[in-house]
Design a protein around this ligand. Structure first.
Ligand code: NAP
Length: 458
């Protein structure tokens, strides 16, 4: 009998299936179109059996059956689940490891629970290479059923100092929620690095010089996978022209939805995740090709002050901490709102290897949650960084503003910190305006409660 069945043998599914086989699990494979299954059969993996018929695939699995879905998010997941339901028995387990929207996972979990089938929404991060060599894995579902799948998931996950980067997250769609916000943080850090590139380029550095600067940064506290790959990207040559490949890539970025969902959820939770949202909006703006061409150089700007590289590094370090603080703040807020009891230290621990946002900073975040902090920015290590690096962040934003460089995430980081550290935000004006035009009432500084004022009309 096979230990587990993988449905969806595309980029991620194929690699994760091989990862399972490499960890000595017997894997059944099924794909909607048989060609992908056939390709994997032809690779002659010892622990793999490919199936043409879904029924045969299901019947080959040991009880309780464990089915791992790696198909496109959305309708494909429902289509596969509907096909599986008549073939599965009580206590069997379906794991959806694609990037599904967590509220869809909530409903699917409920529907399958009524049929006695355990449903897990499993966040997976690490891309193609992570899937093969060990991703970071975020499983959410019934806690009692987790031991039935933990051996496989923990074996195939990345390891940090021998510790598995797969931990049970919480009930229902919480695993997919954690993956969604992980991607939101990823968007923010990617955009920050794009802004670092923009600033350095504007200051006259070549691609190779920027790459070397990032290599040096990666020996400091900002060390991360994303800094590493950005440096690599900047060194790459184009086969066709021998130009730097980065100069041959169109200045437009797409997305597959997780950044958008993170922004929408942050707004509906009424939680400020401005850096994550700004990064998503930056991708939208990059697609305004015609308008950008039309308005190019029509807005007044001057050459801002040339920035010291160390000033930029410190500003990046602080802005990156703010992005992580907002992401982890979203986790805490969602945990309370949805009653998920998320363990933020465990979440930080599974991001330390395998995933796209792996970074040295996560060690500090783990320590922060050990100390029971509410917001990581209030911890001494981050507070010190705030005091020391905020002047650098301000310099970077000022220089960008002067030079006409769009730095949405650096700017959002500064605005966020300025808001957090301001005793007066002007919200008293908002209260007064709302009471003036809508009798929404206002709160006073000298007594409790809400009051309405009869505003003079003249
Ligand atoms: P992919 O290479 O495009 O593969 C998609 C798979 O879904 C194929 O096996 C496809 O089958 C199957 N599929 C699509 N529609 C289907 C339907 N209606 N019924 C049954 N099967 C259907 O995509 P991928 O990169 O492996 O991504 C798979 C999932 O992992 C997605 O949710 C993605 O967001 C998530 N993910 C991807 C990454 C990444 O770095 N790529 C990282 C983490 C998570 P056919 O071959 O028959 O079309």
């Amino acid at each position: 009998m096979n230990d587990i069945g993988v449905i969806g043998l595309g980029v991620m599914g194929k690699n994760i299936a091989i990862n399972m086989m490499n960890n000595s699990f017997k894997v059944a494979g099924y794909n909607r179109s048989y060609e992908k299954t056939e390709e994997l059969i032809k690779e002659n993996h010892e622990n793999f059996t490919g199936y043409k018929m879904l029924k045969d695939f299901v019947n080959s699995l040991s009880i309780p059956r464990k089915v791992f879905l790696m198909v496109s998010a959305g309708k494909a997941v429902d289509a596969v689940i509907d096909e599986l339901i008549p073939l599965l028995s009580e206590n069997d387990i379906i794991m959806d490891a694609g990037n599904s929207y967590f509220k869809d996972t909530n409903s699917r979990e409920e529907k399958l629970k009524d049929l006695g089938i355990n449903y897990f929404g499993v966040g997976v991060s690490g891309g193609e290479e992570g899937a093969l060599k060990g991703p970071s894995i975020m499983p959410g579902g019934e806690k009692e059923a987790y031991p039935l799948i933990s051996d496989i998931l923990e074996a195939i996950s990345a390891k940090y100092d021998g510790e598995s980067c797969c931990k049970y997250i919480g009930p229902k769609g919480s695993g997919h929620y954690v993956k969604m916000v992980h991607n939101g943080i990823e968007y923010a850090d990617m955009q920050l690095l794009a802004e670092v590139y923009l600033i350095l380029k504007n200051n006259g550095y070549s691609n190779i010089e920027i790459s070397e600067i990032l290599d040096k940064w990666n020996k400091t506290e900002v060390e991360s996978y994303l800094v590493f790959i950005t440096s690599k990207v900047l060194k790459e040559k184009d086969d066709k022209t021998n130009n730097d490949l980065i100069d041959m890539i169109v200045d437009v970025a797409g997305n597959k939805g997780t950044g958008r969902w993170t922004s929408i959820e942050a707004l509906s939770q009424e939680y400020n995740a401005s850096l994550l949202t700004a990064a998503y909006q930056a991708r939208i703006m990059s697609n305004e090709i015609e308008l950008r061409k039309d308005l190019s150089n029509k807005i007044s700007k001057e050459q801002g002050e040339k920035l010291d590289v160390e000033v930029l590094r410190k500003a990046y370090s602080l802005a990156k901490s703010v992005a992580f603080a907002q992401g982890f703040g979203l986790y805490k807020d969602a945990s309370e709102k949805y009653n998920w009891d998320l363990d933020l230290k465990e979440i930080a621990s599974i991001f330390r290897a395998g995933c796209i946002i792996q970074a040295r900073l996560l060690q500090e975040i783990m320590k922060a949650y050990e100390d029971g902090t509410k917001n990581i920015l209030t911890l001494p290590v981050f507070k010190n960084q705030l005091v020391e690096n905020s002047k650098d962040l301000r310099k970077v934003v000022l220089s960008g503003v002067q030079s006409g460089l769009a730095l949405p995430v650096f700017t959002s980081a500064l605005t966020y910190l300025d808001s957090l550290s301001s005793e007066l935000l002007g919200a008293n004006i908002i209260q007064a305006q709302r009471d003036y035009f809508g009798a929404h009432t206002y709160q006073r500084v000298d007594r409790d409660g809400f009051e309405h004022h009869n505003w003079s009309e003249e």
